[in-house]
Design a protein around this ligand. Structure first.
Ligand code: PMP
Length: 421
């Protein structure tokens, strides 16, 4: 008897190229296990979410304990200890000034909430400011609102009439930062509502890295013009760029900050949007029209909050920062072998994130190279999903030197197979 085809519609997948995805049944540290007993090294932290490794025992225990006590409660007009502990913990560990915490369920909704907070702030303080400034190559999520502020590309092209207008600033390429700052200065004179950026590295847009100096200058220009500065730390948060939050490296305190992915150590979906008091106060009123109208059924789910509280404890009590530094150094060592290899360009790294662009024999060859590379790595027992011809490695912090050797060995083999001769 043959099984009928699966009804599952997978996200971000050219189904014709991946008709039979591996069935993953277990996760442990940096490794996944499939139903047929195969092992897969998770070199991209399962879409950048897993920080301390799959099924970290302290997070598993916190989830089990909370699940037996309180699974879910409406968060409108109610609260629970896990949400309170998490909000207090986040305010204590994020830059001073971010005093209020709004809960949602994904990175996209955290950014969507940030955009709504900015819109509400200006509406309620009586100024007509609606335009959002964003960086070229930016990615901020998959809802219509967040797709609008992301760079235009294949993922949002089909929805064009629904997307609202934003002003996009050139990416602050090394040596050409002034062009970005000049464009920002000019755009700020038009009284926009906010600037939204991924600090220090634009992830899904291609792993483009820029410096803390220009980030600090962008924040300063916003402050001078009274434009809200929103940091999308959905990917960068919780250690990815070498510090707990990327904004730390620039000494920048955003007006609004978004965190998701690593917030629960990657174990459960949860997101937060933190803001300064002025933004909360603009909404704090008995006037119903000023209510912040955003909620979803699972807002501040107690089990997810308990997982996040366990994550904060791990940060406080385990040598996470040391692991991150060691992982970054170990990646740097291995990247060195590729810097003079003409089959690769733009070999780069920030914190635990390494990236390099595969130079293909001819541009036409690149058309489907991303999915074909992903299939190649899958056959090698590795979870790596390139962004076009950009290969990147963003592993859990428990990844060992031996694990990294497997990853970089496979990248070298991929160059033999797909790269320029
Ligand atoms: N912002 C950034 C910077 C991201 O990297 C992502 C996810 N890749 C998102 C927002 C959206 O997060 P989610 O996929 O959890 O909705």
């Amino acid at each position: 008897m043959t099984a009928s085809p699966s009804p599952v519609w997978h996200p971000f997948t050219q189904h014709a190229l991946a008709p039979e995805p591996p069935v993953v049944v277990r996760g442990n540290g940096a490794w996944l296990e499939t139903a047929s007993g195969g092992r897969i090294l998770d070199a991209i932290s399962s879409w950048w979410v897993i920080t301390h490794g799959h099924c970290h025992p302290r997070i598993v225990a916190a989830i089990a304990e909370q699940a037996g006590q309180l699974d879910q409660v409406i968060f409108a007009g109610h609260t629970h200890p896990a949400a309170e502990a998490l909000a207090r913990g986040l305010v204590a560990m994020t830059p001073e000034g971010l005093d209020h915490v709004f809960f949602s369920d994904s990175g996209s909704t955290a950014v969507e909430v940030a955009l709504k907070m900015a819109a509400g702030y200006w509406r309620h303080t009586g100024e007509q400011r609606t335009r959002i400034l964003a960086l070229e190559h930016g990615y901020h999520g998959d809802t219509i609102g967040t797709m609008s502020v992301g760079a235009r590309g294949v993922y949002n092209a089909a929805y064009e009439p629904f997307l609202f207008e934003v002003t996009r600033l050139p990416f602050p390429e090394k040596g050409r930062e002034q062009a970005t700052l000049d464009a920002l200065e000019a755009a700020c004179r038009e009284a926009p509502a906010a600037l939204l950026v991924e600090p220090l590295i634009l992830g899904a847009g291609g792993m483009y890295i820029y410096g803390p100096g220009v980030l600090a200058e962008m924040a300063a220009i916003c402050a001078r013009h009274g434009v809200l500065f929103i940091a999308d730390e959905v990917m960068t948060g919780f250690g990815r760029t070498g510090t707990l939050f990327a904004c730390e490296q620039a000494g920048v305190v955003p007006d609004i900050a978004c965190y998701a992915k690593g917030l629960t150590g990657g174990s459960l979906p949860l997101a937060v949007t933190l803001c300064r008091s002025a933004i909360f106060d603009a909404h704090y009123s008995t006037d119903r029209a000023r209510t912040f109208f955003h909620s979803s059924s699972f807002t501040a789910n107690p089990i997810a909050c308990a997982a996040a509280v366990a994550n904060l404890k791990i940060w406080a009590e385990e040598p996470v920062r040391g692991r991150i530094t060691a992982l970054g150094d170990a990646q740097e060592e291995r990247l060195a072998n590729f810097r003079d290899d003409r089959r690769f360009a733009n070999v780069r790294r920030i914190g635990t994130i390494a990236a390099l662009d595969l130079v293909a024999p001819d541009p036409g060859y690149l058309a489907d190279v991303g999915p074909r590379l992903a299939a190649f790595f899958r056959d090698e027992g590795l979870l790596i999903r390139p962004l076009g011809n950009t290969l990147y490695v963003m592993p859990p912090y428990c990844t060992t030197a031996e694990d990294l050797d497997l990853v970089y060995g496979a990248i070298a083999t991929a160059a033999d197979r797909f790269g320029r001769a």
